[in-house]
Design a protein around this ligand. Structure first.
Ligand code: RUQ
Ligand code: CUA
Ligand code: CA
Length: 640
């Protein structure tokens, strides 16, 4: 990036510690980003060392008295643990984890037939995947706010999207995206672009970050590698369509009118090597015209790739030069941007610079004008490109016109006013757009504010996911936790409230008011086709070698005191928990058979195994349920 293209630093921006950014500094910055990911010591050198401002005031706000309930839910990506974390805020207490992509020993996810069916199995019945890397989670919308139906979460390693039912807080469907590697950004649409009546989420957009041969033949010729942008149906979870693009997809955002989705692109170079991905001065924020793409699919203007039947439309630059027919629009962004976020007033997408110290504001009405041939130059949709600090990554909003952006290299969050930034960019150099800065500990990635990407953004709490905790917690060996910090943003100045250690690597999250959700605590028996509805239905049902064992649980006993099998039997054991009061779960473990799972009130779960070991096996309840919990057992006798 040349120096003369950069906006001049302002006094009130009080970046002060340096004047950036010439080419040499940028080279250093690039190295810094790389070093931070694998070398904590070099990251330490760039971490802010000043103590956070005003800790005392905020400390009260995040501490809840015993028995007090939080006022906000937080849905957090679990990271490598492949699950979703549920937090209460402002306390930051982790209340539960919802398993989805990876087996979970507590509830028996990946052990029961029901969970294995959702996760996906190989021909031999074993799980197709046992690793995952979740990054982003977002929930379904209605009228521009969360409606409490679903949340979605991505698995970057195996390009899977999971849906969480928010009535029971369980994962009910997982879809693997065809021909995609490095599925990263994810965002549901906020309404339909055409049908007035559909003011809620019906699509989920998924960005493919890595380019691969299409179909993936293993070709070494990287010039032919491409990425796909994918639309998944929110209800059926089937893939509706894909868009072939130039460059790659990183994060994803959607507009409130349903018309636009966008991804930031850091590799417009389509480089296959690290260095190549940083060779261009500018990259892009790529917009998708949702209604036009769906019209093209309807009109049969698509191809398919390999064995996939999903329609793929052409969104490459060369095929989308005419605005009036274009499916896509590539808006130029400074070098290797990261993070694209929709402002709650519905007007702007904000792209953070990462290798550029800037935040870019894109006016959505202007992008739509371009698609209609009313805006001559697409670049005119960029209404601000202002300096924020070093390593800007993600942006949240308070609903009062302010944006909050993480600065990875500066270890700060910067609060800035969007309209003031636009004025400043227009030439009013007296417009003070930076409102406040706060040091965070350390190297923040994602952040989010309460209700941030909804029309009901309320500017109360901000959580920041700091990638390094360094010295903030008791040392526990080489693997440090990450540090989630809670910040009070209700005033002009940000106030640090609390630190929470968290096992890596949580990435993204959303925070919303608790009254938007009414989770159920007891299942409906009818949710489960295999339910054993009456203890009298219990027993061993034999059909040659195939054996079904049916039993029920009611504290503190299983309906069968014992059951007999023969060595070599192919067994399916079905257990329904007939206890129907909240909080009364039972577990079921079979020694030496690698079985343990939980049944919640009125839940049914089943496991299948071959009774290959003769002997007596005490199947016991693993979830403390009653004073006679230890006595809650049944005897499995496998005859030789
Ligand atoms: S990314 S630290 Cu996977 Cu969400 Cu930005
Ligand atoms: Cu049932 Cu413990
Ligand atoms: Ca680049």
């Amino acid at each position: 990036m040349s120096q003369d293209k950069q906006p001049k630093p302002t006094a009130e921006a009080s970046i002060g510690r340096r004047t950036f950014i010439n080419t040499a500094a940028l080279a250093g910055l690039t190295v810094g980003v790389a070093a931070c990911t694998d070398k904590p010591t070099s990251a330490a050198a760039s971490a802010a060392s000043a103590p956070a401002a005003g800790g005392l005031v905020g400390a009260n706000a995040s501490h809840l008295k015993p028995g007090e309930l939080d006022t906000y839910y937080g849905l957090w990506s679990g990271g490598h643990t492949g699950d979703m974390r549920v937090l209460g805020l402002p306390s930051g207490r982790e209340i539960t984890r919802i398993p989805c992509f990876v087996p979970d020993a507590l509830v028996g996810w990946g052990i029961t037939n029901e969970s294995k069916k959702i996760m996906g199995t190989k021909a031999d019945g074993s799980l197709k995947y046992t690793v995952a890397d979740t990054h982003h989670t977002h929930a379904s919308y209605k009228d521009g706010n969360y409606d409490g139906r679903y949340a979605w979460i991505n698995d970057k390693i195996n390009s899977r999207i999971a849906r969480i039912r928010l009535d029971y807080f369980v994962c009910d469907k997982i879809t693997e995206l065809p021909n995609v590697q490095g599925f990263h950004g994810i965002f549901p649409d906020k309404r339909d672009p055409v049908d007035e009546k559909i003011n809620y989420t019906t699509r989920v957009f998924c960005g493919g970050e890595f380019s691969i041969p299409l179909p993936n033949t293993g070709s070494e010729d990287a010039s032919k590698y491409r990425s796909l942008f994918t639309c998944v149906d929110a209800e059926s979870m089937e893939v509706r369509w894909q868009v072939l693009i130039d460059g790659n997809c990183d994060l994803t955002a959607t507009s409130y009118d349903g018309k636009l989705a966008a991804v930031n692109q850091y590799n417009t170079e389509m480089g296959a090597k690290y260095e190549d991905m940083m060779s261009a001065e500018r990259d892009a924020c790529l917009f998708f015209n949702v209604a036009r793409i769906e019209a093209a699919v309807k009109a049969g203007q698509f191809k398919t790739i390999g064995s996939s039947k999903v329609p793929v439309v052409d969104g490459t630059r060369a095929s989308n030069k005419d605005p009036k027919t274009a499916l896509t629009a590539y808006v130029s962004m400074p070098k290797n941007p990261h993070g694209v976020n929709a402002s709650p007033d519905g007007k702007y997408f904000i792209c953070a610079g990462k290798l550029s110290p800037t935040g870019s504001v894109i006016e959505l009405a202007k992008v739509l004008d371009w698609f209609e041939g009313k805006l001559e130059k697409l670049d005119a949709a960029i209404v601000a490109e202002v300096e924020l600090g070093l390593g800007p990554l993600h942006t949240a909003f308070d609903g009062r016109g302010n944006a909050y952006t993480t600065l990875f290299l500066d270890s700060q969050v910067v609060k800035w006013n969007v309209e003031a930034a636009i004025k400043f960019h227009k030439g009013d150099k007296s417009a003070k757009y930076v409102v406040d800065r706060i040091d965070v500990h350390y190297q923040p990635g994602h952040l989010n504010a309460s209700q941030s990407e909804t029309k009901a953004a309320d500017g109360k709490y901000l959580a920041v996911g700091c990638k390094f905790s360094k010295d903030r917690f008791l040392p526990v060996g080489p693997l440090h936790p990450e540090n989630e910090q809670m910040i009070d943003i209700s005033g002009e100045k940000m106030v640090l409230m609390a630190d929470h250690p968290v096992r890596g690597e949580p990435h993204d999250f959303i925070i919303f008011k608790r009254d938007l959700l009414r989770p159920k605590q007891v299942y409906a028996l009818d949710e489960f086709p295999l339910a054993v509805k009456d203890p009298k239905e219990s027993g061993v049902f034999r059909n040659g070698k195939k054996v079904t064992v049916k039993l029920t649980s009611q504290a503190p006993a299983f309906s069968l005191r014992e059951f007999k099998l023969k060595k070599g039997d192919e067994v399916t054991l079905i257990l329904t928990n007939l206890d129907k009061i909240a909080d009364l779960a039972h577990g079921f473990a079979i020694p030496n058979y690698n079985v343990n799972f939980i049944v919640n009130p009125l839940e049914t779960a089943s496991v299948s195994f071959v009774a290959d070991k003769p002997g007596v096996f005490w199947c016991y309840c693993t979830h403390f349920c009653h004073a006679l919990h230890l006595e809650m057992r049944t005897r499995m006798i496998v005859e030789a």
